[in-house]
Design a binder for this molecule. Structure first.
Ligand SMILES: [Zn+2]
Length: 220
């Protein structure tokens, strides 16, 4: 069994660091006394939530086209919307397959695709569509995907807090570009920011709910 030299406690299972103080453990690992709990979720619920959210993104993009008019040359709102749908599916599928690194994976995805679209925009003579449309749609889709993940899958308080922080970050990024004057139309960034605020409220409500349930179970 491994032992923490700082806390002077024995630790069962495959821990390499002390769960109490994070100091490296010494000794040989002992088999974990806890059963491995498989990740449980309903594939049908995931697919239904994804399908409805994709539909909402596409409808919103069509609405945006009506709002902004058809004068958007090149890669306009509609094509950015497909980017959003793709990002949505990628984030949720990432959550289903390997949920430990979901926050990191989402940040990588948004930054990478954002950079690619910005480079594409730059090559095409820079009319700002990447930061005006693609990045807010990318961020908004990721915010929705994180909400779906929390709704459909069993998540812990730590993950809720992480996803809440990520939601704020994704909502802020387009607003920062807006504040810097890098975008040509304010509305997509503002919508993304508003969505982030709504999503944060839902995450916080969920955290309160989970904490309440825990408190009930632990009698505190
Ligand atoms: Zn320790």
């Amino acid at each position: 069994m491994r032992r923490c030299p700082v806390c002077a406690v024995d630790v069962e299972g495959a821990w390499t660091r002390c769960p109490l103080c994070a100091a490296p453990l010494a000794g040989e690992p002992a088999p974990s006394p806890l059963p491995a709990v498989p990740l449980r979720f309903s594939r049908r619920r995931v697919l239904r939530a994804l399908f409805l959210a994709s539909l909402a993104v596409i409808l919103a993009s069509l609405g945006a086209q009506l709002l902004f008019g058809p004068d958007l040359g090149g890669l306009g709102v509609l094509r950015s919307a497909w980017l959003g749908v793709a990002a949505l599916w990628l984030v949720v599928l990432m959550a289903v397959r390997k949920r430990r690194n979901l926050a990191k994976g989402t940040v990588y995805l948004v930054v990478l695709v954002g950079l690619v679209t910005a480079y594409w925009d730059y090559l095409g003579g820079w009319d700002g569509w990447s930061l005006t449309y693609a990045v807010p749609i990318l961020c908004a889709s990721s915010i929705v995907a994180l909400l779906i993940t929390v709704r459909v899958m069993r998540t812990e308080i730590g993950e809720h807090i992480l996803y809440s922080g990520l939601t704020v970050l994704l909502g802020l990024a387009p607003l920062v570009f807006l504040a810097l004057g890098w975008v040509t139309a304010a509305l997509p960034s503002v919508i993304c920011g508003a969505l982030s605020v709504v999503a944060l409220g839902m995450h916080l409500a969920r955290i309160r709910h989970v904490r309440h349930e825990l408190a009930k179970r632990l009698h505190v």
